[in-house]
Design a protein around this ligand. Structure first.
Ligand SMILES: Cc1cc2nc3c(=O)[nH]c(=O)nc-3n(C[C@H](O)[C@H](O)[C@H](O)COP(=O)(O)O)c2cc1C
Length: 357
């Protein structure tokens, strides 16, 4: 399905090299002040930066077609449209018969047969995430009215790992550099890692860490619509995401209970924990600590160096060389997407839990 959410529902539409991409966000309560300059600013953070992103230059100007009146939500669905201006569909025709290893060409073709729109990845393209970021900006505004802040940063690119667990304030500092690292030194090292991959006609993966603070205790709908479950479903919709962990995550498997359990403490009269290996979630419900998640993002599938593929018409092995414009590392551009995706889920769970009435 192209729709996600229960009370706050997001529908994505469009295709990478079609006329437009966009989103419809339904369920926004009436009366929310929507700062359109701020919304555009969030979308601009997703645009590629010189040297480390795709050379495809899109203005990504967001038009609001419905759901707002005099700068406030009316309660009707909010339709957000971005016209594609820099399209070049011809380069992608070959992938119909010779699918790109690591991309969705083959699976899209098997599911939608000859009707599949494979131009630039069609509906599987990272470009679809423009709608997530635009709608997520509105979800962020909803949450901020209740004191919830969300920020993400690049925790790892290839072999370069940021050793620190950052809070929201530190993560927001990543907005000052193109690779979205928490410090200028890490940014430099990560930029070099991306440049090295690109110079070899290759790509590199990364990890994006996201933190949401100010959440009340009690969000989440067990058994199945847990905070982890809902966030995981949304994050796996982001193209290129191959893994997710919360708090200590997979490292918990190598820990003792005495080490992993977060002791309860009283802070300003509120029950909190002394550390946060649970990632702010116990029993699928927020515990009042920051929700902390990390997503693993694979190295970009479309690489310049030759790769082995199959010609589906002849059945012969083929050497595939990919032209076109691609990100050598997806992680920096995924940062605003992950933030927005988290905001949409947490706002939906907040409406469901009666916390945004
Ligand atoms: C912001 C963003 C930009 C992306 N840019 C590219 C790209 O330039 N080239 C590419 O091959 N994949 C890119 N991807 C990832 C592909 O869309 C994705 O790998 C593909 O659709 C297959 O899906 P999967 O990796 O989730 O299995 C991008 C993803 C995101 C989120």
């Amino acid at each position: 399905m192209n729709t996600i959410g229960s009370e706050l529902r997001l529908t994505l539409f469009g295709a990478s090299h079609g006329p437009c991409v966009g989103a419809v966000l339904d369920g926004v309560p009436p009366g929310l002040t929507v700062d359109l300059a701020r919304l555009q600013g969030e979308v601009d953070l997703r645009r590629p930066r010189a040297g480390i992103g795709t050379p495809r230059a899109e203005e990504d100007r967001v038009e609001v077609l419905s759901g707002l009146l005099d700068g406030r939500s009316t309660g009707a669905p909010i339709a957000l449209l971005v016209v594609n201006r820099n399209i070049d569909p011809q380069k992608y025709e070959r992938f119909r018969t010779v699918p790109r290893p690591g991309h969705a060409d083959l699976t899209a073709r098997s599911k939608y047969s000859e009707c599949a729109d494979l131009r630039g990845g069609g509906q599987f393209s990272g470009r679809m995430t423009v709608g997530i970021v635009a709608a997520g900006a509105i979800a962020k505004m909803l949450l901020e009215e209740r004191g919830v802040r969300i920020a993400a940063y690049v925790r790892q690119v290839g072999r370069v790992l940021d050793p620190e667990d950052r809070d929201v304030t530190a993560a927001l500092l990543s907005r000052s550099n193109d690779v979205r690292a928490a410090t200028p030194e890490l940014a430099e090292a990560m930029r070099a890692e991306i440049a090295a991959a690109r110079e070899e006609g290759d790509s590199v993966g990364g990890v994006v860490q996201c933190i949401a603070d100010g959440l009340p205790m009690g969000l989440g709908e067990p058994f199945f619509d847990t905070v982890e479950g809902e966030l995981a479903k949304m994050m796996f919709a982001v193209p290129g995401v191959k893994g997710i962990e919360f708090g200590a995550g997979f490292a918990a498997a190598g820990m003792r209970g005495s080490q992993h359990n977060d002791p309860f403490v009283l802070v300003d009269g509120k029950v909190r924990t002394a550390k946060n290996d649970a990632g702010g979630i116990l029993g699928g419900i927020t515990n009042g600590m920051p929700v902390v998640l990390r997503v693993a993002i694979k190295p970009t599938a479309s690489i310049a160096r030759g790769q082995r593929s199959l010609d589906l018409e002849t059945g012969e092995q083929t050497d595939l060389r990919i032209e076109g414009r691609h990100d050598p590392c997806i992680a920096p551009r995924a940062v605003p997407v992950v933030e927005a995706a988290a905001a949409l889920v947490l706002a939906d769970l907040s409406v469901r839990g009666g916390m945004l009435d």
